[in-house]
Ligand binder design. Structure first.
Ligand code: ADP
Ligand code: MG
Length: 640
């Protein structure tokens, strides 16, 4: 007898479950999709224990006939496909007929359902794939599926589940995502009896975005008017470039209303923001790509989160260009370079400008700047010693040098043409190469920072200083960021963060996943100097914040910290998380570039910087200072 055997359905289902059901949120996804396919207009999700103990999804959709209720748990049983041809153009979210049998094989499941065509409903109970009972039941039209004790019979899988909060965050994200894609439907999410999300049907996506994210997020978004080309349609909302997220969690991507993660489209989104945002930051994007079902293959992965476009590059370019146009069109007029006294951008057509400038940093400049004279004065008698540099540099400033980090290295700290063209300042991205010949100082030379003589400020952004080791250019924002970062860390460790009490509590609206994160990290927020408390449905009130933050930044920092928490929930240690908070605080509280500083403040900054433990890079790894050594200078003048 041969050795090959056909697997029993029970084993096959369990294997399929490995692909379909990764975690509680995958169960929620499959059940939600089924409810949407059943044309339900009201969907209620309840869970407990982060979905590990219970997930229950109830809808008012078409329901199932009694015979179908049992058949639904057979492998490959679906009402959504009848022929191979239909597989070419799938209009429903489900089609594989795999979800229910897979989920039922790794949990204790109860299905309650009634179709309008039958006078009574049906209740089916299954555990580990075995049908335990099937009874008649009186109920209204619709379906409720309760999934208990997920992976009770697959201990290996169960071990991979994360904490209750983490799993709940995934569920909350998922329900939030689907609620965005279907504004005309009502969705609610409850965990252990507590309501996390509840949205009633609305007519427009704009209203749904308001329900889920609140007015302040809506204000930062650009609505894409529906655009179509080459068989694709795009609609949704994208953020202005100054909104920068540290991860992709705020990118919601739907193809034919199906939530997906698609590398091609994610790339198109990054490409649309190219040069408008620093690298490693991400926008908010809620995008709906629609096309004929035949244009896209959804049968690529069992969890149906990936798709393949028949004309991939067309889809990519269409999404990129449409977003790009919307970003250009929405560029605020107030930032027109010629009208702005803070920076000398070259004049030019608006579109061209925005395409080149890292305007996120620039447009944010100044508005919230607050230099606290009282706490930041230079201590009396503590002025840096006046040391003459070995090679004395002329004290006058040379005419404006052209400083172009992005392009070929122009290490010409020289004397350009007498009539200088408008200054061009490009902020280097974090990975930019340093111009040749410019040394990033190794940490042992820190002490020398204290002995530097401030020569002046260039571009209202960088401090120029001379010392025995050459000519230094210090990025004022990054330097201050480093000083504050270490100060915040020290204060947090000592448990006494200087606080400011707000006259009026600041009320922030949270999304459901943020609410879950908030509960998880409330203690860390308190330790960092924020006094917060829950304030009704998905809102918190901030009563006190760290002293160095200007009022306008408090809200941003709290959102940023929630974002770090969300991003890091999988792996980060408590320590790293606290460093993340301190880094975020420091970045927000630090003086910005495009900010004139007087001599005293520049000296204060350099002397404080020299006292930090690691003055040469900011908490995000950007360099603080560049140095032209005497050797570099001599070599440039062909003296050696
Ligand atoms: P698929 O969604 O791929 O068809 P599933 O295993 O998810 O496969 O579901 C099997 C079938 O059960 C569906 O085709 C549908 O007919 C029925 N079904 C599942 N959930 C619901 C629901 N909430 N309302 C009505 N019918 C449902
Ligand atoms: Mg399904």
């Amino acid at each position: 007898m041969g050795r090959i055997r056909v697997l029993s359905d029970q084993i096959a289902n369990k294997i399929a479950a490995g692909e379909v059901v990764e975690r509680p949120a995958s169960v929620v996804k499959e059940l939600l999709e089924n409810s949407l396919d059943a044309q339900a207009s009201e969907i209620r999700v309840e869970c407990d224990g982060g979905g590990r103990r219970l997930i229950r999804v109830a809808d008012n959709g078409a329901g199932m006939l009694r015979d179908d209720a049992l058949l639904a748990f057979e492998r490959h049983a679906t009402s959504k496909l009848a022929s191979v041809d239909e597989l070419e153009a799938i209009a429903t979210l489900g089609f594989r007929g795999e979800a229910l049998p897979s989920i039922a094989s790794v949990s204790r499941l109860v299905l309650e359902t009634r179709s309008e065509e039958e006078p009574t409903g049906t209740r089916v109970e299954i555990a580990g794939g075995k049908i335990l009972s099937c009874q008649e039941l009186a109920m209204a039209r619709g379906t409720a599926i309760a999934v208990r004790d997920l992976f009770f019979n697959v201990p290996a899988r169960k071990k991979f589940l994360r904490s209750e909060q983490t799993e709940l965050t995934h569920i909350a994200q998922l329900v939030t995502h689907y609620s965005l894609a279907w504004p005309g439907y009502s969705f609610s999410l409850h965990h252990a009896g507590k309501e996390l999300l509840s949205v009633t049907p609305v007519e427009t996506l704009r209203e749904r975005v308001f329900q889920v994210f609140g007015q302040s997020t809506l204000d930062e978004l650009i609505e894409l008017g529906e655009r179509a080309a080459g068989g694709f349609r795009l609609s949704g909302f994208i953020s202005r470039p100054q909104v920068q997220k540290s991860n992709r969690n705020s990118i919601y991507l739907f193809v034919n209303r199906r939530l997906i993660r698609d590398r091609l489209l994610l790339h198109a989104i990054s490409a649309a923001y190219h040069n408008l945002m620093p690298p490693a930051s991400y926008p908010f994007a809620l995008l709906f790509v629609d096309c004929e079902p035949g244009e896209v293959d959804v049968n690529v992965h069992p969890s149906k989160t990936e798709v393949r476009f028949r004309q991939g590059s067309l889809a990519h370019d269409f999404v990129r260009d449409t977003m790009r146009e919307a970003l250009m069109a929405s560029r605020p007029v107030a930032n027109a370079p010629s009208a702005s006294p803070v920076s000398g951008f070259p004049p030019g057509p608006a579109g061209q400008m925005a395409a080149r400038l890292p305007y996120s940093e620039f447009t944010q400049a100044i508005e919230n700047f607050r230099f606290d004279e009282a706490s930041n004065v230079l201590p009396e008698g503590n002025a840096p010693p006046e040391r003459l540099p070995e090679y004395t540099l002329k004290p006058e400033m040379p005419p404006p040098a052209r400083f172009d980090f992005g392009a070929a290295p122009p290490i010409a700290v020289g004397f350009p043409e007498p009539a200088p063209e408008p200054l061009r300042l490009r902020v280097p991205d974090t990975h930019a190469k340093l111009p040749e010949g410019v040394t990033l100082d190794p940490p042992q030379t820190m002490a020398q920072l204290a002995g530097l003589r401030v020569l002046g400020q260039i571009y209202e952004s960088f401090i120029l200083a001379a010392g025995p080791d050459g000519l230094w250019i210090v990025d004022q924002h990054v330097a201050h960021e480093r000083i504050l970062f270490e100060k915040f860390l020290a204060q947090q460790a000592a448990g006494r963060v200087e606080q400011q009490r707000l006259l009026l509590p600041l009320v922030l609206q949270l999304t459901a996943p943020q609410e879950v994160e908030y509960q998880r990290i409330a203690d860390d927020l308190a330790r960092a100097g924020f006094e917060t408390e829950p304030f009704g449905q998905r809102t918190i009130a901030i009563k006190a914040a760290p002293a160095d933050l200007s009022p306008g930044e408090i809200e941003r920092v709290v959102y940023e910290i929630l974002e770090i928490a969300e991003h890091e929930m999988r792996r980060v240690s408590v320590d790293d998380f606290r460093r993340g908070i301190a880094a975020s605080l420091a970045c927000r509280a630090a003086i910005k570039i495009n900010m004139p500083l007087d001599q005293r403040k520049m000296e204060w900054l350099l002397s404080e910087l020299s006292r930090t433990q690691c003055p040469m890079s900011c908490p995000h790894g950007r360099p603080v200072a560049l140095r032209y050594t005497p050797r570099d200078i001599l070599r440039a003048f062909h003296r050696i």
